[in-house]
Design a protein around this ligand. Structure first.
Ligand SMILES: [Zn+2]
Length: 264
């Protein structure tokens, strides 16, 4: 199913959450500069460093951007676009659409799309904050002109939703940097994984998906993967993936388009 005779697809994706992931977690965090500064690091330091690596490696990535983050850091969105990467929707606020009323969910979708488009992005994809959807989400995506969702965990290959002309590009926690590196400062109940542990987990999953001919979607966050000790891991891991035969490195939009082509 992959172009150029490739045996599998790989996407490097970055959820640009900045401060909004912390505010979405607890609105009171909006008044906590220390907590917020963890997110600010993503916008201030990490995004430019990630863009440098992607340019050196000649890889196009997908950045899922929260609407409010785009409003706060329009120059960063401009830099991502200027470097040729895909910008996609990641909520207007960083709130789970399953917790919103239907009206609020739709207005978040419209508002977030509008701000990204006003900055020059062609928005075709949606990743919810939290990877959770409401029963209405897929229908709303179709109604508002989205081509794909990248949220569900029921496959290793992209597929077309049954009731709507929306492609699903599946994800999994195992390929999410936050699942391994996130520090739970509220409970202190888990240690931060080493890059060696994550390299081992991601290599096994990538090789497994490659053997099965699927799409391997890495989901990262600038504020997490963008720590100095992890950036060198990221670059060496991209190099490792690229040198494997039969690997098609693509944006999620390009991966979704292969399903649309196959369906025609
Ligand atoms: Zn997020």
């Amino acid at each position: 199913m992959w172009p150029e005779g490739a045996g599998c697809a790989v996407a490097f994706t970055f959820d640009f959450d900045a401060e909004e992931v912390w505010i979405g977690d607890d609105p009171a965090n909006a008044q906590r500069p220390g907590v917020l500064s963890q997110g600010t690091y993503g916008a201030k330091v990490a995004v430019p460093l990630v863009l440098e690596i992607l340019a050196r490696q000649d890889v196009r990535a997908t950045f899922f951007v929260v609407g409010r983050v785009a409003e706060r850091y329009p120059e960063r969105v401009g830099e991502i676009l200027a470097a040729g990467h895909e910008i996609a929707h990641h909520g207007y606020t960083h709130r789970n659409p399953g917790d919103l009323s239907s009206e609020d969910e739709e207005s978040e979708l419209v508002q977030g799309k509008r701000i990204l488009e006003s900055l020059g992005a062609r928005v075709t994809g949606y990743r919810s904050p939290s990877w959770e959807l409401s029963p209405e989400t897929i229908g709303l995506l179709e109604r508002h002109g989205f081509a794909y969702s990248s949220n569900l965990m029921d496959d290793i290959r992209p597929y077309l939703h049954r009731r709507a002309a929306v492609v699903e590009v599946p994800v999994q926690w195992i390929l999410d940097d936050a699942a391994h590196f996130w520090f739970a400062s509220s409970s202190w109940d888990k240690k931060i994984a080493t890059v060696a542990e994550v390299r081992s987990i991601w290599t096994a999953e990538f090789e497994g998906i490659r053997a099965l001919g699927g799409a391997c979607v890495f989901a990262m966050h600038p504020q997490i993967i963008g720590r100095p000790g992890r950036l060198s891991f990221l670059e060496s891991f991209i190099e490792y993936v690229k040198q494997k035969p039969g690997v098609w490195v693509a944006t999620i939009d390009d991966i979704a388009a292969t399903v649309e082509r196959g369906a025609r």
